[in-house]
Design a protein around this ligand. Sequence first.
Ligand code: SAH
Length: 243
Amino acid sequence: MLCEHEVKIISLVNPQKKPCSYLCYMRKFEDTYRHKGLRKKLVELIRSKGIKDEKILDALNKIPRHFFLDSAFDEVAYEDRAFPIAEKQTISQPYTVAYQTQLLEVKPFEKILEIGTGSAYQASVLAELGAQVFTIERQKKLYENNKSFQFLKKYTNIKFFYGDGYEGLPTYAPFDKILVTAAAPEIPSKLVQQLKPGGMMVIPEGTGEVQLMKRVTKLESGEIKIEIFDRFSFVPMLEGKKD
Ligand code: SAH
């Protein structure tokens, strides 16, 4: 069922330019040749920035990113930039999504926990790669938006949770992989505990404007290996749930 604020617009002209004020944004659900063309160009740009995994590039090519944004962003949805979504949060830059996904070395049927569902774009990329995705969002409105977002129904391999990502999901643990899509001041120990031996977590760590992308591997021996990659800028990972 469509959320009452979600308007399905087939014509290219949106007579109601204003985004809905509360639960959902208005979105366009038409994937035109223009959208497809812009998406191909975006994929080539991301390839040129160093993402070599064809499966990830294919996934980006399949997912209509403009569906995840307010229709006011229709023209720019395929620029390699982060954009605002509801509740002062962001949809990550496509390059960042591809970069984190590549570091995670996703394989089909792996159990992956994502912290920070946001727009659910990153969760959709993981689902396209055949993973079993468990994604947590601390903001109730964002969680509810995704519950009523029709496009996501095709991904029966994504489970949505409303909760505090710092707690992880002990009931469903352990996970093969964990992907954190908000900036954590330090690596959350409860998440490390919920990794399988041999499992990996990709997480932007830092408190300032810019964070370092880290990959934490739980070795079979139980030891933790930390690798450090490039700098990125994420919204903060906050404690607790928000109504
Ligand atoms: N993966 C998202 C990026 C969203 S931005 C996408 O593809 O669009 C980060 C998200 O993390 C925000 O929606 C924010 O509300 C959420 N977040 C921040 N702290 C959190 C926490 N402790 N637990 C769960 N989600 C959190």
